[in-house]
Design a protein around this ligand. Structure first.
Ligand code: BEZ
Length: 247
């Protein structure tokens, strides 16, 4: 059975969190949102993940993204664990000072309803733990992207920031982003866009790579939001910015 599909309205659940009881949609307001789940409090990989999200939280805020975590433990555990996460980040260890709330889901009701369980990882009572899910929710409260990692593989939150940059750009402009794209790199003209439309829409130029098939579908154009060399997107830039250098 498929769980939530891209484009589905994201459930407006109500939950206890380290920032109080809240309804998801009200918490998100008009912002983008990321709900990310963790197998268990006081576990090593999860601690590194939450520490990383805390360190990147200003990058998510810059992009207008609100964060919310979920782990299948109690508020009391979340509170004690938050202090460990802050200490892991070498910050002062006070309860609930993480820059995002953590949902308490000790009965696993939300984890089950959102399809977050990892059948291969069990707790001491033999119950499945939550997998490492990421749901990115648009300002329209629809699901824009989902990732599902097993408990044993920690996520790259730099990649999730990169994905937010792509989702926000492609929500606004009729472009697509290629493999390893980062802000400022050339973007791709969607394959269904006629040549004349592309020429009119992208005055900075459309650069087409010659291919053995003779088909002209590998079309690049400069990033319409080009941030310029001096802007640091919060993670490393490795791709060339000039479309012609790709061809
Ligand atoms: C961890 O966060 O370290 C972890 C949690 C469950 C299974 C494996 C690793």
């Amino acid at each position: 059975m498929p769980g939530l599909l891209l484009g589905d309205p994201f459930p407006d659940f109500e939950a206890e969190t380290t920032a109080g009881r809240m309804k998801l949609h009200q918490y998100l307001g008009d912002s983008w949102g990321i709900l990310f789940s963790h197998p268990k409090d006081y576990t090593p990989v999860c601690t590194t993940e939450l520490g990383r999200v805390a360190r990147l939280s200003s990058e998510f805020s810059k992009r207008g993204v609100k964060l919310i975590a979920l782990s299948i433990d109690s508020l009391e555990d979340h509170c004690g664990w938050s202090k460990d996460i802050l200490a892991y980040n070498c910050e002062k260890s006070e309860c609930c000072r993480l820059p995002f709330p953590i949902i308490a889901d000790s009965k696993r009701e939300l984890a089950v309803s959102l399809g977050m369980l990892d059948p291969d990882e069990k707790d001491k009572d033999g119950l499945p733990l939550t997998a490492r899910c990421v749901f990115i929710i648009g300002p329209d409260k629809k699901l824009k992207l989902s990732l599902l990692y097993p408990a044993t593989t920690g996520r790259s939150f730099s990649e999730i920031l990169r994905v937010v940059d792509s989702l926000q750009l492609t929500a606004e402009r009729r472009v697509a982003t290629p493999a390893e794209w980062k802000p400022g790199d050339c973007v791709m003209v969607p394959p269904n866009m006629p040549e004349e439309d592309a020429a009119a829409l992208f005055p900075a130029g459309v650069f087409t790579k010659e291919l053995p098939s003779g088909k002209k579908y590998l079309r690049y154009t400069p990033d319409p939001h080009d941030l310029g060399e001096s802007v640091d997107p919060g993670y490393s830039l490795i791709q060339p910015r000039q479309c012609t250098s790709i061809l």
